[in-house]
Each structure stands twice: as C-alpha cells, then as structure tokens.
Design a protein around this ligand. Sequence first.
Ligand SMILES: *Cc1c(COP(=O)(O)O)cnc(C)c1O
Length: 393
Amino acid sequence: MTAFEQIKNDEQQYMMHTYGRFHAALVSGKGATAKDVDGKEYIDFTSGIGVNSLGFCDDGWVKAVSTQAATIQHISNLYYSPLQTELSKKLCELTGFDKVFLCNSGAEANECAIKTARKYSYDKYGEGRQKIVTLLNSFHGRTVTTLAATGQKVFHNFFFPFTEGFEYAQANDIDDLVRKTNDDSVCAVFVELVQGEGGVMPLTKEFVNAIDAICKEKDLLFMVDEVQTGVSRTGAFYCYQNYGIQPDIITSAKGLGGGVPIGACLCTEKLADVLSAGTHGTTFGGNPISCAAANEVVARVAAPEFLAEVNNKGDYFRSKIAKMGNVKKITGMGMMIGIETEKDNAKEIAAKCVENGLLILTAKNMLRLLPPLTISYEEIDKGLAILKNTMEA
Ligand SMILES: *Cc1c(COP(=O)(O)O)cnc(C)c1O
C-alpha cells in the first residue's frame, strides 16, 4: 500500500464521511506551491478555500504565529488582550465600522450578525420584528441557523426544525427585494456581494443601492457576509468598499487569519451596545495566536499597493483565461474568479487538474479560483498552463 492509500483507508475507517475529497494528501507548502505525501507538487489556486491569504508558510506569518505560540497561546475572554485590541482597532480604522466581535469561523460571525439584528430590533420595537431577508443561492454557513439563512433548498433537509424567520429574495431582482421586505416583521437584509459557493455571482450596483435605500427607509439593518469576499480578496479590503456603500454590519473569517481559525463581526456605532455583557460570547474567539496571525495578514493586505496588485493579478488571470478553449463566461471580482465552461464539465476538470498538478475549486457548475493573494506571476503562469491543457483536453 502506498502512503497515500494508507491515509485514504484510515480516513474512510476513522472519520465521518462528511467530505468528498480530491485525490491528494497535502503535507507541506510554500507560497502557492503545495507538496503531497509522495512529493508531487501542485500549484495552488484555492488558498484552502480563500483562507491562506499570504500563501503557504509565508515567512512573516510563520514568525508571527510561532512567536505568539511561544509567548502566550490562550487567555480566555475574562482578561484583556492587546492582540485583540490591536486587531479590532486596525479593522475599524480600515473600514467605516466602529465595533468588532471576534470569533472563530464564518458561521459564528454570521450568528453574531443575526443575533445583533434581532436584538437591535427587539430593543427598539419589541417582539415580532425578527425576520431576515437573505438571497436565493446564498451560502451563510453550516449551523442550524446559518443553514436556514442560506437560500438554497438543498441545505434545508434532514435537520428539522430549522431556525424560523428567514425569507429569500432573488439576487439582482429589485422587485422581489421590495416584495420580500414589504413586511412589518423584517428587521434586516443579509447578503453576499459576490455569491461564492452559489457560483461566483456578483450583485449589481443597482441592486445593492436598492438594498441600501430600503434598509435606510425602513430601519432594517444592511448586513453583508464578507466571509469569502473580505480581506482584500476582491481588490478592496472589504468588498462593500467596491460598491461605495456603508452597511450596518459585515462578517469576516476565511482569509482573515491567513490559515488559522478566526472570524469577526463588525458593526457601526448605532449597534455598539446591542450585544451587551452576557448576551453573547465565545471561549476561543480572539485567541492570541489567531489574532497575531490576523494582525500580520491585515498589516500586509490592506495597503493600497497590495490592493492594486490584487486587481492587476485578477486582470491578468482573466485575460489569459479568456483565451482558453471551453470557456463560456468569466465572473467574479479581483482574485475571486468563476469560470463557466462550454462543456458544463467543471467538476471533471477540477479533478483532472489535481491529477495534472493544479489545485482548483468549483462552485455549482462553475470552476472557482481563489489563489493566494501573494501568488507570483511565475506560479500563475504555471497554474494557468495546466488549466489550459486540462480545459482543452
Ligand atoms: C465559507 C463561508 C461561510 C462559512 O464559514 P465557516 O468558516 O465555514 O463557518 C459563510 N459565508 C460565506 C459567504 C462563506 O463563503
């Protein structure tokens, strides 16, 4: 039995069968290049699903994490942490937000947003104003509540009863949005600006402006799930900054820690005291190692020159992909890229790419690219050559 076969067998025997995995066991990496257990190399267009913003084992990131691990690894939220305040201050200064809650994942950041919306409304209007409008084809997480927030029927199975109080509007359909928010029990609208898992589908400026106007008119909270789009992925530090709006809440996770678990929920001053002491909390949230990692990531990726480079690389990807065979449509923003194939064979291509030495994602019927933001042009060219051969085979 090869080393890979042994790992695969043990996974089957000892782990819950929650994942359909690609045929590779990755054990090390540097930059945008990973190595599997047999020493084979792969170019990485995935960042571990938008997580490794600085690539594998970036020198500055490794130093921040390992130094923190050797200094103090966890203190709980019973005590003050300068790493938490440093991160929160930076996040506020780089955005239009005023307060931060730190947690561990995207789903948890979204739970925080949902709780904030409901309590804001309860405090101000009393009971009965608890409904949150999300979008069809969205993805907001795997907890029972964030599954309910997710506007896809396939996720509303088995785990009944789901959390009540979500209504789904058609993305980019202002009439449907108006219909769904024309209801006294609505307290918030919660959207991804580029639907990630739903197929790398950006919202139009008109639609986003309509959400903004309706929310202002009806005192609904405008909440944006930036778990995938955030931390410079779309060429702005947070994607909402590309739209020229200021939501009431955004949620962040994935790329924020550059490879360690961390999430954040950011809100404006009017929501500062909604989640008062005792109404929300977390054991691990704002863990020192995660904060040290996030501080390093944020210090690097929010710089204007870095953001310009993300946009340049995104354009470079797009112009090269546009010239490949089997490409029907390219979607997305910055370094969040979707490819619709002529042959409707994204899943097959993704599996073949792994065989050929390229890690790539899918989202619905699309190929999805979330390369590390620091990927070099040499690595981009290597990966795109593999993609082209696989697409045109
Ligand atoms: C990945 C993702 C989530 C869930 O994040 P987890 O860290 O897996 O809980 C939520 N929303 C969006 C938009 C995501 O892409």
